[in-house]
Design a protein around this ligand. Structure first.
Ligand SMILES: Nc1ncnc2c1ncn2[C@@H]1O[C@H](COP(=O)(O)OP(=O)(O)OP(=O)(O)O)[C@@H](O)[C@H]1O
Ligand SMILES: O=C(O)c1ccc[n+]([C@@H]2O[C@H](COP(=O)([O-])O)[C@@H](O)[C@H]2O)c1
Length: 201
């Protein structure tokens, strides 16, 4: 895990949990926007080995996904990649990781970040009530998502930001179809996908 030592005590850090299968320009714009247009000092991208809602779905090995995240954010000192969930039980429950990060970094204030598509399912997350009681949640809007009552929770803020109709599903489909993914993912990520033959073999 990269060192988070640059965040002074008590400052706010955003946590973007995801499968990142693969990381794409939508994730990067979301993360950088949150790190620069809100009160957050940094955003950490937490690579989840196994989302509880994606059990049984095709997922690249976690190390490969982490390498792509690291390559994508290289040189951006407001973004960090975290592999904290790699050593934790699977599936990856966010409340357990939040507890672990609080143990490791007791003076930091963490804010949960997510795309709007995750909001309707949030009440079904493990200990959803505790997640919402203990954490602020900043939500990035996502196209095609119907509004939900969860959004009315006082701890949840939907930011005003450009909509990005990009998904990892679309990128995997493009790769399988032999179509270009240039600019949908950063160049080093495109190179890793090509070199490893992800979704082609
Ligand atoms: N284009 C986007 N706009 C807003 N939020 C996004 C976007 N893409 C991903 N996110 C958010 O980033 C987080 C991690 O997403 P994830 O890694 O599952 O990517 P995904 O593109 O949704 O993947 P898949 O298509 O495989 O379901 C989630 O909170 C998701 O809502
Ligand atoms: O904690 C939970 O119950 C929970 C339920 C669904 C999703 N999550 C986390 O949310 C992140 C995005 O999930 P997904 O399914 O949109 O890829 C990922 O890191 C998951 O581990 C967490």
């Amino acid at each position: 895990m990269s060192s988070p030592a640059s965040v002074p005590n008590g400052r706010k850090v955003g946590l973007l949990f995801g499968s990142f299968n693969p990381i794409h320009t939508g994730h990067l714009i979301l993360a950088h926007f949150m790190a620069t247009h809100t009160d957050l000092e940094e955003v950490w991208l937490v690579v989840s080995p196994q989302s509880p809602f994606k059990v049984g779905r095709e997922l690249l090995p976690e190390q490969g996904r982490l390498r792509m995240v690291e390559a994508a954010i290289a040189g951006n000192d407001r973004l960090r990649a975290l592999d904290v969930e790699f050593g934790m039980p699977k599936p990856s429950y966010t409340i357990d990781t939040l507890d672990e990060l609080r143990r490791r970094y007791p003076s930091y204030r963490f804010v949960l970040l997510m795309g709007e598509d995750n909001l309707p399912g949030l009440p079904r997350w493990k200990e959803a009530d505790r997640i919402l009681a203990e954490n602020e949640v900043y939500v990035y809007p996502r196209p095609g998502v119907a509004s939900t009552d969860v959004q009315m929770h006082p701890g949840i803020q939907v930011v005003t930001a450009p909509l990005l109709d990009i998904s990892a599903t679309f990128i995997r489909d493009c790769v399988r179809a032999g179509k270009s993914i240039r600019y949908l993912v950063p160049e080093p990520v495109e190179q890793q996908i090509q070199a490893a033959g992800y979704w082609r073999t």
